[in-house]
Design a protein around this ligand. Structure first.
Ligand code: C2E
Ligand code: MG
Ligand code: MG
Ligand code: MG
Length: 293
């Protein structure tokens, strides 16, 4: 089937790049420079999440971007992996957190209120210094804990489930929202899911991209939504690219959608303008009403 074939092709291509030792070494060296340079090539983009319950945009996801002078645009899927393997991921994550807190303060001053979800790798979650560091920086910036949330992929969670559960529990106890990302691709067992201290489940976009055309994906997604309800988790669908898919998800009671149909990830000044145009409150609200069955 088409979506899976596309994914396999992409993965094969990615594997080629990743197995190219010299290329990866170059990525690593350039990344080290980018992290230490003040004129950073790195940036954080933001993608809106639309609530199908309220029709509002109150949350966004932070996605790192890197445009290197020699390598050009490097995919985060690749350089995040390189950073993980080289022991640099904590530095990358800290860079993202600082950038997000900076943008949150700017938005705060002009009256834009958003919760930003930051992607964490398993090495971040098991790093016991991360949580106190985040808490301290939020306090210094005068921002509440409802301003940040965190996402971790199902497959990363399953790399060290016991340790991850323990650390995530600390994040929850502090009051941060947590999401399992890319759900449906990571082989987690129901017993782990039951004990996972998370608030949100994000359905992997491979099930969503062609949802309107694929009966099998429709069955899978309805099953995941039912499962999420059992565990009282909010449901996010990522990779929503068209109206037909939005309609299906809305009919099945999906809570949030994210994807190119709403907007691609945007730079901080761009999203500022985008929100001013569409409004953080009741954007698309009337549209949502018309999508309801
Ligand atoms: P993710 O966290 O699952 O993020 C969703 C990805 O789907 C993003 O790709 C986003 O641009 C893309 N996307 C969103 N809507 C659509 C859509 O409608 N259609 C399609 N085809 N794609 C859509 P991106 O930005 O390339 O990031 C890829 C992955 O890299 C992320 O997947 C995440 O796992 C990782 N990543 C990105 N930024 C960070 C970061 O700051 N830290 C860490 N640890 N990982 C990150
Ligand atoms: Mg994510
Ligand atoms: Mg995802
Ligand atoms: Mg992903």
């Amino acid at each position: 089937d088409h979506a899976r074939r596309e994914k396999n092709l992409f993965q094969a291509y990615r594997q080629d790049l990743e197995e190219n030792y010299l290329y990866r070494l170059e990525v690593l060296n350039e990344l080290k420079q980018a992290l230490s340079s003040t004129q950073s090539e790195l940036a954080v983009f933001y993608q809106p999440k639309l609530s199908l319950n309220t029709g509002k945009i109150s949350k966004v996801e932070a996605l790192i971007r890197w445009n290197n002078k020699r390598l050009g645009f490097v995919s985060p899927e690749l350089f995040i992996l390189v950073a993980e393997q080289a022991g640099l991921i904590n530095q990358v994550t800290n860079w993202v957190i600082d950038r997000v807190i900076y943008d949150l303060r700017q938005w705060d001053q002009i009256g834009i209120s958003l919760q930003v979800a930051i992607n964490l790798s398993v090495h971040d979650v098991t790093n016991i210094d991360l949580l106190p560091g985040v808490v301290q920086r939020l306090k210094l910036a005068g921002l509440g804990k409802n301003k940040l949330a965190f996402e971790i992929t199902e497959s990363d969670l399953m790399k060290e489930p016991e340790k991850a559960i323990e650390q995530l529990q600390a994040f929850r106890t502090y009051g941060f929202n947590l999401a399992i990302d890319d759900f449906g691709t990571g082989y987690s067992s129901l017993s782990y899911l039951k004990n996972m201290p998370v608030t949100e489940l994000k359905i992997d976009k491979s099930f969503i991209l062609k949802l309107d055309q694929q009966l099998e994906d429709q069955n899978i997604v309805q099953t995941i939504i039912a499962l999420a309800r059992t565990f009282k988790l909010e449901i996010v669908a990522e990779g929503v690219e068209n109206e037909a898919t939005l309609r299906l998800l809305n009919a099945w009671g999906c809570d949030w959608i994210q994807g190119y149909f709403i907007s691609k990830p945007m730079a901080s000044d761009q999203i500022q303008r985008w929100l001013e145009e569409h409004g953080t409150t009741k954007w698309i609200r009337n549209d949502i009403e018309k999508y309801r069955y």
